[in-house]
Ligand binder design. Sequence first.
Ligand code: ADP
Ligand code: MG
Length: 218
Amino acid sequence: MKALYEYEAKKLLRKYGIPTTREFLARTKDDAKRHAKKIGYPIVLKIQSPDILHKTDAGGVVVGIGDEKELEKAFDKIMENAKNYEPNARIEGILVQEMVSDDGIRECIIGSKKDPQFGPVIMFGLGGIFVEVFKDVSFRIIPIERKDAKEMISEIKSYKILKGVRGQKSVDFKSLESSLLNVSKMVWENQGIEELDINPLFVSPKGVKAVDARIIMK
Ligand code: ADP
Ligand code: MG
């Protein structure tokens, strides 16, 4: 079993037509500054280590970095946090990523795992408490068709949040359906994928964007 880095997992997502954040891997602080300039501030920095799966728990994510000075501070802090969290952690680098802050973002999750009985399955839900507390998710056996993707989205209880409450605009359902279809295709064509998590997938009236992704390969 081998976990892909976030930036590797997202390369595979892009290959299957799933939009992701714009990002570059930095090995040094100077690298990071150069990449940040290309992307444009504000940016996000994230630790990339095979020994740190949940980056936030390790103090390995800093969002909303507004300029070069803040980047320098955040870079050092992330390195320090990673060493405190896991002294022997191998560090591949720090990911420099565009900060996404569209209006009307709803944080969703798309997951996949291998069920011992049914084989690869796909899961969809809204992020945070909706998944963790309410277990408000839908499942299908892979591969799925657009009709299945539509049903997966509309059968969760928090569907209304996607349609928009209190005057909020509806999300782009077509793009969300396509993301589910593309994940299904990706897992179907790459049987080595044991587990996949896009968490979060930002979904807004303008479209979708994978902000974090984790893939475990056999
Ligand atoms: P973790 O490994 O802890 O899951 P994430 O990459 O998911 O790390 O980042 C944690 C949270 O920070 C995300 O759930 C999201 O709310 C926020 N976040 C991460 N990256 C971005 C980004 N590029 N733009 C906006 N918010 C982000
Ligand atoms: Mg995450």
